[in-house]
Design a protein around this ligand. Structure first.
Ligand SMILES: NC(=O)c1ccc[n+]([C@@H]2O[C@H](COP(=O)([O-])OP(=O)(O)OC[C@H]3O[C@@H](n4cnc5c(N)ncnc54)[C@H](OP(=O)(O)O)[C@@H]3O)[C@@H](O)[C@H]2O)c1
Length: 291
């Protein structure tokens, strides 16, 4: 890790600029603010939820469209360095919580005149997307972040990537303050974990959607919980490939059961397509499996 470029002493005050007002901005902003980290300003497009988020975080609200001049962050009044000349001024940090595709464009406006360090919270975008700034980092929580649902931060992994020693310390400090577990990763590790999170959690949520559709008439979706919990528990405890624990009609080759399920799905073309695709994948994997 390189020598710190931001030269922040552990006791030094930070001013955080949060860019964006979507799900991640709400969840991360609320967690950081709730743990005593001061959010100085919320910068977001004028038509979004920026004003409401700024109010929640007791920050100032800067409506901004990428491309327009962005007001420079100034010292608060009164300037603390004048009251206490020996005390260094605050370190300005900027956390970008905008859509992945918008990230490089938005980042290009946050050079050294705007901030002392630039951080994004994407699982997949490169650290190099922040190359407008020499002090850059990634702070990616492996969690679903949303405005509506309280985030279960306790012990959750937050993956950190930075080459700056002082920013590294600050990002670990943030994770600790919000009760999460910080872990340093390389870019490739983070991007692979992001892909894994999308395929396991994001795609799985679509299957849970079918669980909801098929049980909503009787409100019995909770009956699925023990089998799902069993599966997750095994995944947590057992390092073996979950394919070694595969079961179900396609794995066993119970053709009549497969047909009866497809009859139940006859009014649902997407459910039918999903069922057929998964069943044939399971059969192919079973046929290739060594046992
Ligand atoms: N949600 C999660 O579960 C989660 C978890 C971990 C990390 N993240 C990361 O968090 C970041 C934000 O994701 P999100 O889920 O919060 O997305 P989101 O709810 O869709 O919010 C996206 C934000 O980006 C802003 N934005 C989009 N295009 C923009 C542009 N061209 N210029 C300026 N602002 C723009 C949007 O502004 P408007 O409101 O004006 O449209 C909005 O504030 C992403 O990097 C994502 O990978 C998300």
């Amino acid at each position: 890790m390189s020598e710190p470029l931001i030269n922040q002493s552990p006791s030094q005050e930070t001013w955080l600029t949060l860019v964006g007002s979507g799900q991640a901005a709400w969840a991360l902003g609320s967690a950081l603010h709730g743990s005593g980290i001061r959010v100085q300003r919320v910068v977001a497009r004028p038509n979004g939820r920026g004003a409401a988020l700024a109010q929640r975080l007791e920050a100032s609200w800067v409506p901004w469209h990428a491309g327009q001049p962005l007001p420079k962050e100034g010292p608060p009044s009164p300037d603390p360095s004048r009251l206490e000349p020996s005390r260094p001024g605050p370190t300005r940090l900027t956390l970008l919580a905008v859509s992945d595709d918008a990230l490089p464009g938005v980042a290009s406006f946050f050079g050294t005149d705007q901030t002392d360090a630039l951080v994004h919270c994407s699982g997949t975008r490169s650290l190099e997307d922040l190359d407008v700034h020499p002090v850059r980092g990634v702070f990616w929580p492996i969690l679903n972040l949303s405005k509506a649902v309280e985030t279960p931060w306790k012990g959750a992994p937050i993956l950190i990537q930075t080459e700056d020693a002082s920013l590294h310390q600050t990002l670990h400090h943030w994770a600790q303050r919000i009760g999460a577990t910080a872990r340093d990763v390389t870019e490739v590790q983070r991007q692979k974990l992001h892909l894994a999170a999308v395929m396991t959690a994001n795609f799985n949520n679509i299957l849970l959607h079918w669980g909801h559709l098929l049980t909503q008439e009787w409100g019995t979706h909770r009956d699925l919980f023990p089998i799902l919990a069993q599966q997750l528990n095994e995944f947590e405890q057992n390092p073996q490939d979950p394919l070694t624990r595969q079961s179900g009609p396609a794995w066993r080759g119970d053709q009549q059961t497969l047909e009866s399920h497809l009859r139940l799905l006859q009014d649902d073309p997407e459910g039918t397509a999903l069922y057929r695709w998964f069943s044939s994948l399971i059969q192919r994997l079973r046929d290739q499996s060594p046992t």
